[in-house]
Design a protein around this ligand. Structure first.
Ligand code: C2E
Ligand code: CA
Ligand code: CA
Length: 760
């Protein structure tokens, strides 16, 4: 803004401004009347370069804070001009090409502080060709307007996001300093000390580069001011601007001008205040400006400081909002951990960083077991309590540098940079323990456990999706093997690859053998009783398949059913099981077990076949049986995977009179509310709830809720895996009367079944 003028050496001026020759004071008479001048908004001046004498009008004199009329030298006329601007001004005035050009300079008035003046030359007067003359205008309002505009621009720049708040505030401070002639400017932000008290700290500052303010800057940066303390503290407390006229002798600066070396003299501090939409007044900080000059209070400053304060406040408010928005966008509201998308970007960044530094990463993927039933039985608030508390425990366990995220429902993740696998294992042990420790909700103890999978960078992958997938797969293996444990992702080393290949070969061999087994009649079906303990009689039986190889070894269905499912051999096996069950039911009927119906386990590929109902009907017809004699069991997992295909088949079967049971209920992701719309006749409470019934109160509550709800919906509820009398009596207390388990009967052949129950 200030016009840059090349400095001319002072000896040159001395020669040019000749000491003698007289400026005709009569010139003054050609000046307009002061009132007219004022109304026109300018003063007049005449200068003789040969004698360096100056004549100024009344208004010009008022602007320059000197006496009007004749001045024998420029120094007496420009006594109030800011030193920095004096040489450029004189140089400009004495340049022969001055003519109609203009120069801006600053004047400090003892009455109302700093002003900006513009001196403009007029064309030479033919009667006095050696003389220069012109007008003097006070351009302070224009300068301030431009400054406000620039401040607005700075603010817009910030809002658009090209600057950080620090850069913007520093820019604004610098702008104010340069425009208003301050040598030091700083923003003090109000914050909270570790003890929880309020304190102001010097956050952003700018000072004139030519002024050595190192010690003042150091003292300011180290200083923390309580409300009321120092000039800044008292301005914050009173919310009123304030002046300082002699910093070195002002007690409010005792902490900052300790070495008396401070080159600053006077200054001004004012509060940054804004009122938010809810009507609350906020005071985020204080701005201070100091000068090396002895300056007096300036009339325009309070007005201007309001504008500046409001702009900075708006910025601070916007920043707070942006910080809140950013926080909301990155954080999971319930637990305060990173949300899924933010955790993914943290992981992506960590991968990039580890790639360039050849570092290592470990990703711990945690899934809570049996969380869903807690939600169902105790309500969402109970589930929230568990999630919040688990996140809290996780935070306490994880090292400071770890990133923690909640990836969804009951899934959490921990990202560790560097560290050994032993460290990760130690941490997963602690996490397992933390998950097992009961959670308390309204006096009730809720218990869950965790399944954890760990993957490592670069062994299991070098990207976010690859690491997540490996950790997820490792976690799923744990879940399928009984939960409450952790496992490492499979590593694609040559040995691991060889192992994978050999297990693939094993799988293919097993598949071929299973084909053969079906033909060679190595498969057979056993039946486990489902007993109605209220009436003390055999309610039904569950058909469970077995494979005995030619060498006599038994293969568990958990091993071969998944292989059969992958190869679609399961459809053939399923048909064979149904045929066998129908045949055996006929045998049971002949042996006087007339009312016993059978449960048959179904695999997903069977349940998506539209021809299933007619095939089943045909089998039943062969043995003179009715659809009501068969209950088909399917798991929640099957149902949830392809509800669009599975549910229509279920409906068709229900319509024909088949029973349909939801197996392993409580383990999957369906919820009790979903049950209402399903065409089912019974529920089988998963074995894992029954197992811990005696130890865990929440399992009891879950079972009770499932039984109650089942009853309300007209479903029978069967408890599986009952092994002890204790479990049995608790189930009885829960009103669960259909019991299946080793306690009452292991899976057995038809002959044993007849022997055990036909006498009844
Ligand atoms: P499932 O349908 O949940 O079957 C119950 C499993 O629990 C059976 O294991 C049964 O022997 C076992 N069990 C019963 N009572 C107890 C107890 O008190 N304690 C313990 N620890 N276990 C008990 P099994 O026979 O090994 O069958 C395993 C799974 O294989 C079955 O789980 C079912 O998903 C599948 N499966 C069995 N037969 C068939 C079939 O014919 N077709 C299909 N698709 N799947 C079958
Ligand atoms: Ca079953
Ligand atoms: Ca089951």
């Amino acid at each position: 803004m200030s016009k840059q003028v090349r400095l001319v050496s002072s000896s040159t001026h001395a020669n040019r401004i000749a000491p003698h020759s007289c400026l005709n004071t009569a010139l003054l008479h050609s000046a307009p009347h002061p009132a007219l001048e004022l109304a026109a908004g300018f003063g007049r001046w005449w200068f003789d370069p040969d004698t360096s004498q100056m004549v100024i009008s009344a208004v010009a004199a008022q602007y320059l804070s000197v006496e009007p009329g004749h001045h024998s030298g420029l120094d007496s006329c420009f006594i109030a001009v800011v030193l920095d601007d004096l040489l450029p001004l004189i140089s400009h005035l004495t340049t022969p090409q001055f003519n109609t050009a203009s120069v801006d300079f600053r004047v400090i008035s003892p009455v109302d502080g700093l002003h900006w003046l513009r001196m403009t030359g007029l064309p030479a007067d033919p009667s006095h060709p050696s003389m220069v003359s012109g007008i003097l205008v006070d351009v302070t309002p224009t300068v301030h307007a431009t400054m406000r505009e620039r401040l607005g621009f700075e603010l817009t720049e910030f809002l658009v996001g090209s600057h950080s708040l620090g850069d913007s505030i520093t820019n604004i401070i610098q702008l104010i300093c340069k425009t208003l002639g301050w040598d030091w400017g700083a923003y003090w932000a109000m914050g909270t000390s570790p003890q929880g008290t309020q304190q102001l700290s010097c956050k952003y500052l700018w000072h004139h580069p030519e002024l050595d303010l190192t010690s003042f800057q150091q003292e300011s940066s180290d200083l923390l001011l309580a409300p009321g303390e120092g000039l800044v503290g008292s301005v914050w407390e009173s919310s009123q601007p304030d002046w300082v006229e002699d910093m070195a002798n002002d007690l409010r600066f005792s902490q900052r001008t300790g070495d008396r070396n401070c080159k600053l003299w006077s200054g001004y501090a004012f509060p940054v205040i804004y009122v938010s939409e809810d009507g609350q007044t906020h005071s985020p900080g204080v701005l201070e400006f100091y000068s090396s000059l002895q300056r007096q209070p300036e009339a325009q400053l309070p007005r201007l400081s309001k504008v500046i304060g409001a702009l900075i406040a708006q910025m601070a408010q916007r920043l707070e909002q942006q910080a809140t928005i950013l926080h909301l966008a990155q954080v999971d509201g319930l637990t305060g951990l990173s949300n899924r998308s933010h955790f993914h970007s943290q992981l992506t960044q960590a991968c990039a960083h580890a790639t360039s530094n050849q570092g290592g990463l470990r990703l711990i993927f945690i899934d809570l077991d049996r969380f869903k039933p807690i939600n169902d039985a105790f309500g969402h608030e109970a589930g929230n309590v568990v999630l919040r508390e688990f996140a809290h425990r996780l935070r306490a366990l994880a090292p400071n540098h770890a990133s923690l995220g909640r990836l969804g429902g009951d899934e959490f993740a921990v990202l560790l940079a560097g560290g050994s696998s032993a460290e990760a294992t130690a941490l997963t042990d602690l996490i397992l323990q933390a998950a097992r420790t009961p959670f308390v909700y309204e006096g009730a103890e809720l218990t869950v456990s965790a399944s954890i999978g760990v993957s490592s960078f670069p062994e299991n992958g070098v990207t976010c999706p690859a690491l997540l997938q490996s950790a997820d797969a490792a976690m799923y293996r744990i879940k399928n093997n009984g939960r409450n444990a952790s496992g490492m992702a499979c590593i694609s080393t040559p040995t691991a690859l060889a192992q994978q290949q050999s297990s693939m070969a094993e799988r293919l061999t097993l598949e071929a053998e299973l084909h053969h087994a079906l033909q060679a009649q190595e498969l057979f079906v056993v039946y486990q009783p489902i007993v109605d303990i209220a009436r003390d009689h055999l309610h039904s039986i569950e058909a469970l398949i077995r494979w005995r190889r030619a060498d006599g070894a038994l293969v568990a269905p958990d091993v071969f059913i998944p292989i059969a499912e992958q190869s679609h051999l399961i459809v053939q096996i399923g048909k064979w099981v149904v045929a066998q069950v129908c045949r055996d039911l006929a045998t049971l009927r002949a042996a006087n077990l007339k009312n016993v119906n059978a449960h048959v386990n179904m695999a997903a590929p069977e349940f998506t076949s539209a021809t299933l109902p007619t095939e089943l009907l045909a089998q039943l017809a062969l043995f003179d049986l009715a659809p009501g004699n068969l209950t088909l069991e399917l798991t929640e997992g099957m149902l949830m995977k392809r509800p669009d295909q599975v549910i229509p088949v279920m409906r068709a079967l229900r319509h024909l009179g088949f029973g349909i049971s939801l197996d392993d209920f409580g383990m999957g992701h369906s919820s009790l509310s979903l049950l209402k719309n399903l065409p089912i006749t019974s529920l089988k409470v998963d074995r894992s709830f029954v197992r811990d019934l005696q130890q865990q109160g929440n399992d009891r509550a879950i079972v009770k809720t499932i039984v109650d709800l089942g009853k309300q919906m007209g479903l029978s509820v069967i408890a599986e895996g009952v092994e002890t009398q204790g479990q049995l009596s608790l189930l009885r207390q829960c009103d669960c009367t259909l019991i299946q388990g080793y306690l009452l009967g292991r899976p057995m052949g038809v002959a044993d079944l007849i022997q055990k129950y036909a006498k009844q």
